[in-house]
Design a protein around this ligand. Sequence first.
Ligand SMILES: [Zn+2]
Length: 594
Amino acid sequence: MELSYTQKRWSLADLYPSHDGAEMKAALDELETRVAAFEGHREQLSTQIPVSQFMRVVQELEAINHLLQRVYGFAGLKFYADTQDQVAQTFLAQVEQLYADLQNRVLFFSLWWKNLDDEPAQRLMVEAGDYRYWLEEMRHFKPHTLTEPEEKIINIKNVTGAAALNTLYDSITNRYTFKIEVDGDVKELTRDELMIYVRQADADLRARAYRALYEVYGKEAPILGQIYQTLVRDWRNEQINLRHFANPIAARNLRNDIPNQVIDTLLEVCEQNAALFQRFFRLKARWLGVDRLRRYDIYAPVTKSEKTYAYGEAVGMVLDSFHRFDTRIANLARQVFENEHIDSEVRKGKRGGAFCWSVVPRLTPWVLVNYQGRAEDAAALAHELGHAIHASLAGHHTLFTYHSSLPLAETASTFGEMLLVDRLLVEENDDQVRRDLLFKRMDDSYATIMRQAYFAIFERQAHEQVKQGASVDDLSVAYLENLNQQFGDALEISDEFRWEWVAIPHIYETPFYVYAYAFGQLLVLALYQQYKAEGERFKPRYLQILSAGGSDAPARILANAGIDIFLREFWQGGFDVLESMLAQLETIPVSRSE
Ligand SMILES: [Zn+2]
């Protein structure tokens, strides 16, 4: 099939013809009928339930979710195509309500399953085929679960305890405004509006933006820091004293289903590679024409090339770089275009950025991009098509084991991006384009790998220090020390950055969440390094990882493909890829002409 690639809207016809037609009405009726029938299974759930009956219940739950995902997918995609459309807004709100209501009505199944004793659970799991890991994962917290009355008390007290403190943190910080002088005018801005200035060319403006931010957070640190200390103590009281996790980070590791030792190794390898990004920041200083970068400058733009790629050309390049890797994955990407599942136009009211939505197994995912012709837009296209390939390869799984878990979710997307970037780096002889691509890669890798790893390292230390009775000032001293270790003498760090930790919502709301970013990105770079080293031999193993979807624990999926995430050498491989990108960047003559 010959395709001409033009920027246009997607078609949602593979889901439903419209939000108010007979097909949608039938789907909503069917959902109600099925959920009502499912509620009737409640009495059958017992320790003695026969496997065949249990499997029928599981499959019925899957059928309900399958239908629900189709309806929800349609509503969400319709809304994102035009967020200003009131009909789409209203329909999405209705479907979200329905979603929550129906999930509550079927909740009894997972509650029963998590409470079931090990012996009957084992008996059912061994027969559950592809549903096994989904069932297993739900039960991971059983050894750390307390009695029902205790769990109820924790839930009740959490509402006015940790959860209330987090809400309070949000309420307090969302009220903040920041004063900054821009072009002679003093502006009063929200944090998001303020942070735009740290990425601008004006060096003094960048510094003013950070100072404005930490002037407020520094002044408020006694209160915010107290909230943090309390949440950290609460985490210890609950996760260690009551639930008997070995240490504070172990409770998060189990949620990600990653062994503790792997995360220890990952963070150690990150620390050992701190010098790599220090070298990058020294290079960036040369491009910006300064002796040493200040912490204010790390997101400063380096001059940009004007080169653009027509949409058809970009699609051709992406598909071709996939094709050179493997015909099958190129064909899966092509299906997104053939099925008209991509919305690539730039339109008023359309959601910004880019995403891939894999609705249900065996249905080609939908991709949204806002293509504007820059090399990074082509990279975004490769990224989202990578997600679509991942989902399509995993399409043989159940709905419950189809989506890969968080640590593996960015594998095919980042890998796809690397395939395109590598090709452009080899074939593009315009130094400016190569420079832009490499800077973008290094900037992104810094923000997702090193920065997040050092946050997690700080969290580990902060949890220990709070246990020893550390004050807010003690934590700030520890944070400055953390920055010094991360940046060495490559950056000049002014004193107000001691308050940076106070301003990171993740470490309050979801302790240790941040390392998942570093894990995912470094994993893909390490896989890419293996591909470069092994070529053809690597492909079947890579395709096996993608095909596994979310059907097993991340460490087991990778081990089955011959990858040992317990080894530090594996993680080092990821940094080796970054090192080679940096080395390429260092060969480009520094120029400062616009
Ligand atoms: Zn992604």
